[in-house]
Design a protein. Structure first.
Ligand code: IPE
Ligand code: IPE
Ligand code: MG
Length: 251
């Protein structure tokens, strides 16, 4: 009899189920390099990257992590060659359509954050359907940052708050952290506890600038398409070794 390879379906025993991050954010980087190393066009890396994201979502669900936010397309990514941008937009659309039934089965609630109105109409329509259909699902909260920029998000919040002040709805004194975060795309979501960036780059690249204030940052050299359960396991082990002080000191 052969024993099945361990799929780490259950939480690995060296992880503490009571100290898991509630919200994981991930900068899925390195798709182009992954493809390049194999002599493939960059877009093949993006295609493979979708599988890695699906696997991570399932892993979060299996291990009891309630929220995942993935950076899919930044406001700066429009500066890439138009064929790559077009491929990505079509990929997002196709994947959404293809995965909706499974997201319903698995009770995934999907949300998109970013300037969605600048996306192709057909993608916007697919996004609207997916968000609406999954709105009452009670499983994992899955957020996809698409045409997202942290600076743009903060400016948008400022404009909307300024408008409220101008309209006499609130006074300037009323602007505090609590109010400010209500004007962010992520108003309903907790701040990430853990930020993972793949491909070894030590930067934020305009992701969740406000929300990451006290996130633990984990950078791995693994390229995004290769980021699997065991890579996530390593990230969580590192996270659980961190001493989160939030500016205070240990007793
Ligand atoms: C991340 O991989 C995916 C997106 C930004 C859409 P990249 O496409 O940035 O891959 P590299 O960094 O060039 O290897
Ligand atoms: C960040 O990756 C954006 C996404 C993963 C969607 P980039 O590849 O665009 O970031 P830089 O250019 O290395 O900072
Ligand atoms: Mg990159």
């Amino acid at each position: 009899m052969t024993t099945k390879p361990t799929l780490l379906q259950q939480l690995p025993p060296d992880l503490d189920g009571n100290r898991l991050p509630k919200q994981v954010a991930v900068i899925m980087d390195g798709n182009g390099r992954w493809a390049g190393q194999r002599g493939l066009p960059r877009v093949m890396g993006h295609r493979k990257g979708v599988d890695a994201l699906k696997a991570l979502l399932r892993c979060c669900r299996d291990w009891g992590i309630p929220g995942l936010t993935a950076y899919a397309f930044s406001t700066e990514n429009w500066g890439r060659p138009s064929e790559e941008v077009a491929f990505l937009m079509t990929l997002f659309e196709r994947v959404l359509r293809r995965e909706l039934a499974e997201m319903m089965r698995e009770q995934v609630r999907i949300r998109f954050v970013g300037n969605l109105s600048a996306l192709p109409d057909s993608l916007q329509a697919e996004i609207a359907v997916a968000m609406e259909e999954t709105a009452n699902n009670t499983g994992i909260e899955f957020t996809v940052a698409t045409n997202y920029g942290g600076r743009q998000e903060i400016l948008r919040a400022c404009r909307s708050i300024a408008q409220q002040v101008q309209d006499g709805e609130i006074t300037a004194d009323a602007i505090d952290e609590q109010l400010f975060r209500q004007h962010l795309y992520t108003a309903d979501l907790p701040d990430p506890d853990l930020l993972i960036r793949t491909s070894g780059e030590m930067r934020i690249s305009n992701f969740l600038l406000w929300q990451l204030a006290y996130a633990e940052i984990y950078v791995t050299d693994t390229l995004w398409p290769d980021f699997d359960r065991s890579a996530f396991h390593q990230a969580l082990l590192a996270y659980q070794k961190r001493d989160r002080r939030f500016g205070k000191i240990r007793e």
